[in-house]
Ligand binder design. Sequence first.
Ligand code: ZN
Length: 56
Amino acid sequence: MKKELTTEDLKLLLAGTHIKLDCGHQATPGHNFANTIIIVSLGGGKIETSCAECGY
Ligand SMILES: [Zn+2]
């Protein structure tokens, strides 16, 4: 398994997928890239996701 994912890899993984963000909003990369997804690394392998509206 690869250690690193590139943005290109993420795009392929996420394309057409409805992503339920931790902030409660949804994003669908590939359909509507107006939704910015913020991925925050919390350490210990944990991540948290949110949209640009809620992430700041
Ligand atoms: Zn949000």
